[in-house]
Design a protein around this ligand. Sequence first.
Ligand code: PRX
Length: 631
Amino acid sequence: MLKINSLEQYQSEYKRSVENPELFWEGIAESFEWKKKWDKVLDWNFDEPNVKWFDGGQLNITENCLDRHLDSIGDKVAFHWVPNDVSEKGRKISYRELHAEVCKFSNVLTRNGIKKGDRVCLYMPMVPELVIAVLACARVGAIHSVVFAGFSAQSLSDRINDCNCNLVITADGAFRGAKTIDLKSIVDESLLTCTSVKKVIVLERTKTEASMLAGRDVWWHDEMLNTSPNHQAETMNSEDSLFILYTSGSTGKPKGVVHSTAGYMIYAEYSFRNVFQYQADDIFWCTADIGWITGHSYIIYGPLLAGATSIMFEGVPTYPDAGRFWDIVDKYQVNLFYTAPTAIRALQAKGLEYIKPYKLDTLKVLGTVGEPINEEAWHWYNDEIGKGKCPIVDTWWQTETGGILISPLAGITPLKPTYATLPLPGIQPCLVDSEGNEILGNDVSGNLCVKYPWPSMIRTTYGDHERCRQVYFSTYKGKYFTGDGCKRDEDGYYRITGRVDDVINVSGHRIGTAEVEDAINTTDKVIESAVVGFPHPIKGQGIFAFVISSSSDNENYIEEIRAQVTKVIGPIAKPDRILLVDGLPKTRSGKIMRRILRKIASGEFSKMGDTSTLLDPAVVEHICDVYSQEK
Ligand code: PRX
């Protein structure tokens, strides 16, 4: 596996990767275990789109994550699992143990009727069994669809129905900070509207009372009893789908981003090793939840492919107090630490006394992901956590990209606070203007695209390839459009400035404004709503909803709207602010002028720009008045 060790090497590898991408990626692919080598490295067009990497190759990703390590590092710890509660004992799982558990659970899946190509939904807490279940799906060739356990029953059933899952794997409950969430009852509610699900496997975690439907629901521990730890991994083609992960877009319901097997695998290990400059025996900790892409690529696949030891944490950064992360870093001697700007800001706000008791002297590299990091948080992270001696890798990527595309390589790329810096070798980003012309040169801004395929890119949106084409490949012909705005400075460094579509980035999670509006509109007495993002000191962006309703009880009504959004989507989409208004700024053609609402939501009443195309310009003044009264 290519490991870049210097800036000169980065530059020469980058050049090589652009001059001959196929040769570049072929060299990287050689380091994996294949059941059969590929016939062709790359076949592609961005019009349909149709992208195939290593076509004709056969493999199983779990043999690369597990089996191939058994002789060399079988007894090495794959995961130190840290429970939510400090009084509960942690668990450590070696590669050999993980392999045996994955094999056992693969046999359980087969016994429960799961075959290659079936879709399996996982709705679980952050426990080792989630990793085991994900890998077992991959081992038998089933396509896993992990749904973050904070989503509501309705969101869960939407996702199950969209890809017709045959099986759901869940737990009785989840511990998150001081709360216990009854996962099984949420699953029960969601399955009332899911006919494709024949079986539910339930892990016992919280010992919460769970109702078990005879013939459908079985316990994980019962299924694992007397099950063989031997399993022959299914043979998968390079382009067979590995997983689906739902993500919000600017329109309608979340879409199922589909990733393939070989390309995703290759990029996950390559990016993990190079960005974090992983060295054998480093202890790596990515604090994300496996319900998001970061957890897929940098808790499960990347580190396991590299044979690394990782921390898997069940809880939240502030429980039992804001020193929890640092306690874990010291206790497990963490070397590489990867988290989100929102967590950094939340901990920064709690004060330095939560850091003082800890040494943090094992840390070598710090990372961030999910949203632009602000300068203040960057410096705090650098000074207080990294003690000024740990490079910060600000990693830019997306659910659709599968892995990190633009980021410093730790200790190699000279840093600039708030800049994701440079593309990894093999990645060809470009900036385009509104007409789709590529903007060349430096010290420029535009919309961020990628003009050449990379192995871990999105292949389709499940069940609706046309949507994939429209959303990502139709805005700018021949280019993958990221939806992000971006600046390239005088040194050619990239700085992501945020979404340019109707997507809000709340605590590093994408939420489509249309999705929140749809949820709000299901509240009784809502006539119309418009949702925009606004700057939020901890979350990065907050959700601001302007709502027209026929209700007269304003105070309770706002709570009712919040509760409805929580019910329809989940707590993460709950609006931070709701303003009940009499009208919305619309053009004569009926389009809501969100630009104006975004200004008002951020408390900026001046420089509204051109409002002459508004049907009723007085509405702007009305909304500003309501805003000022509510403040
Ligand atoms: O807007 C960018 C932002 O998060 C979006 C992708 O969100 P998601 O698919 O949920 O994946 C998040 C984790 C990879 C991007 O379109 N984003 C992600 N990383 C950064 C970022 N914005 C600025 N800087 C980053 N490092």
